[in-house]
Design a protein around this ligand. Structure first.
Ligand code: COA
Length: 383
């Protein structure tokens, strides 16, 4: 009997573009209607009306908390905010030149290895580990920035909300209410975005039945890249380059020249384009409004002018629209964060989305293991 051999080659989906690999109830990205829903709620409504803590609860549990549930959740979160001595010691072992994303990745790993439920992946343990990591990460991000500035860690305040406390730990003083609001908006917008590269990484790791912190640590690695979370940092490098070239003169003219040169050199302009949204990122208008508030608050109209000039230049030259990282980068800059700290801020927020997906993956797990088409040398043998 002859074996039947298929003559059709399998179709390859480079970058998994357009491939639907599973279902999710956590968020819906709809490029046609340019909308993003978290558990059914438009993200713009949540950003306008909710605290980040409420949105985190929603993403994990499927519904917004009642006042009693919120109070209980806030109590746990506020109790877990201090920088643990072993986490601080691990950070201090890293050179001051270490990228803050490497610091976050290391801290997530140390926090995981020291968690009392480290090897317990039951739903209750994973829920608790998610809240604990969510509570702990701001102190890591804030302390790492402070140590690079030669400053001591600032103890967490349990009388402040998540965003106000985060800013307090980073800068050692209470932020103005409008700054807290803009920061809260950015945290909500960054929290979740379906099967993006880092979330998919977390789901792949989880599918092997590795623990939650291993999955988050891997996800942080995936987020570091400039094609993903690293873009908010890269946007600021672009802004800084243009601002330095312009030196206060004819900013819009310099933007046009810079863009022309960059596109002629076939450079990707960071903060523009998206794998899913081709007609604009649904989160951008909300984040741009927050940036506008910060431009006013800090009286930096030059940043607003640069933003608009580069956006319209990209629209004209390539018809490519900004993604969330474009307004988020300059917003964090105005608040006083180091450029290298921007992606760790994204980590602090996306921990919610990652851990929600880790728990969802485990509810109906199947090992994620795709196939490849071999195109190396034919079988050969040692001489
Ligand atoms: N700057 C310049 N050109 C861009 C671009 C950008 N930011 N984004 C896409 N393009 C161009 C590509 O060069 C390509 O042109 P070509 O067909 O002439 O070769 C075309 O648009 C399609 O881009 P491609 O990279 O294949 O699309 P993708 O869906 O794989 O990429 C991104 C999506 C996000 C990776 C891509 O837009 C990008 O690299 N953006 C910059 C990084 C960024 O901001 N990342 C954050 C994402 S939230």
């Amino acid at each position: 009997m002859t074996e039947s051999v298929s003559t059709t080659e399998p179709q390859i989906h480079k970058g998994l573009a357009g491939v639907v690999v599973d279902t999710t109830r956590i968020s819906k990205v709809n490029p046609e209607s340019n909308s993003l829903l978290y558990r059914g709620y438009p993200v713009q409504e949540l950003a306008a009306r909710c605290s980040f803590e409420e949105v985190a609860y929603l993403l994990w549990h499927g519904d917004l908390p009642t006042s009693t549930q919120l109070a209980e959740f806030e109590q746990t979160e506020r109790a877990g905010r201090q920088l643990l001595p072993n986490v601080k010691a691990a950070i201090d072992l890293l050179p001051l030149t270490a990228h803050p994303m490497d610091v976050c990745r290391t801290a997530a790993s140390v926090i995981g290895a020291s968690h009392p439920a480290a090897e317990d992946s039951s739903p209750a343990a994973n829920q608790r580990k998610s809240v604990d990591l969510f509570a702990a990460m701001p102190a890591v991000v804030a302390y790492d920035q402070r140590r690079r500035r030669g400053q001591d860690a600032v103890p967490a305040r349990s009388d402040l909300g998540y965003s106000a406390n985060f800013l307090f730990m980073a800068f050692g003083e209470e932020a103005a209410p409008e700054v807290v609001t803009a920061f809260n908006v950015s945290m909500i917008l960054y929290a979740e975005h379906s099967f993006n590269a880092s979330t998919f990484t977390a789901r792949v790791i989880t599918s092997t039945l590795a623990d939650l912190h291993s999955a988050v640590t891997g996800a942080i690695g995936a987020l570091k890249g400039a094609l993903h979370g690293g873009a908010n940092e890269a946007v600021m490098h672009t802004f800084e380059e243009i601002l330095a070239q312009a030196d206060g003169q004819d900013l819009s003219g310099h933007v046009a020249t810079w863009l022309q040169d960059a596109l002629a050199a076939k450079k990707k302009i960071m903060g523009f384009g998206h794998r899913v949204y081709k007609n604009g990122d649904s989160r951008v208008p909300t984040m741009k409004a927050a940036l506008d508030d910060m431009v006013k608050h800090y009286n930096r109209p030059d940043l607003g002018e640069l933003y608009d000039a580069l956006e319209s230049g990209m629209a004209q030259a390539k018809n490519i629209k900004p993604n969330l990282d474009y307004p988020a980068g300059p917003t964090y800059h105005l608040m006083g964060f180091d450029t290298a700290t921007f992606t760790p801020l994204f980590v602090a927020s996306r921990i919610v989305g990652w851990t929600a997906h880790i728990m969802e993956q485990l509810e109906a797990n199947s090992l994620i293991r795709p196939l490849s088409l071999y195109n190396g040398p034919e079988e050969r043998h040692l001489p």
